[in-house]
Design a binder for this molecule. Structure first.
Ligand code: SF4
Length: 108
């Protein structure tokens, strides 16, 4: 079933049967840092400052789902980490939506 916005002529329509259809084919970048392994050398913060940031002298903060545009910088940061503490995964959005569906049961 296709539904168009009533207030704005020409507005994009939404397929209610498949509301996420416009996202198909997209890939999410997932980042996980093993903070037990991280030694706070900060190479990642230098290589991908929009994703990794040092807090204080040794604490690392990072964005777990950086923008696709950050992907190359994040991969370079992972390669530069001297203790290989950074894991980068590409996840098709369909898989993420399936997980969300399974993890968010209908309210009772
Ligand atoms: S480069 Fe590696 S060791 Fe250094 S702060 Fe980043 S994750 Fe930690």
């Amino acid at each position: 079933m296709q539904v168009s916005a009533l207030t704005e002529p020409g507005a994009a329509s939404v397929d209610l049967a498949e509301p996420w259809s416009g996202l198909k084919g997209m890939v999410l970048v997932r980042v996980v840092v093993d903070l037990a392994r991280c030694q706070g050398y900060a190479q990642c913060a230098f290589m991908a400052p929009d994703t990794f940031r040092m807090r204080g002298d040794e604490a690392l903060a990072y964005h777990p789902n950086p923008e696709e545009s950050q992907r190359e910088q994040v991969l370079r940061a992972a390669a530069a980490c001297p203790v290989q503490a950074i894991l980068v995964e590409d996840t098709p959005i369909e898989a993420t939506l399936s997980e969300a569906t399974l993890e968010d049961p209908e309210p009772t």
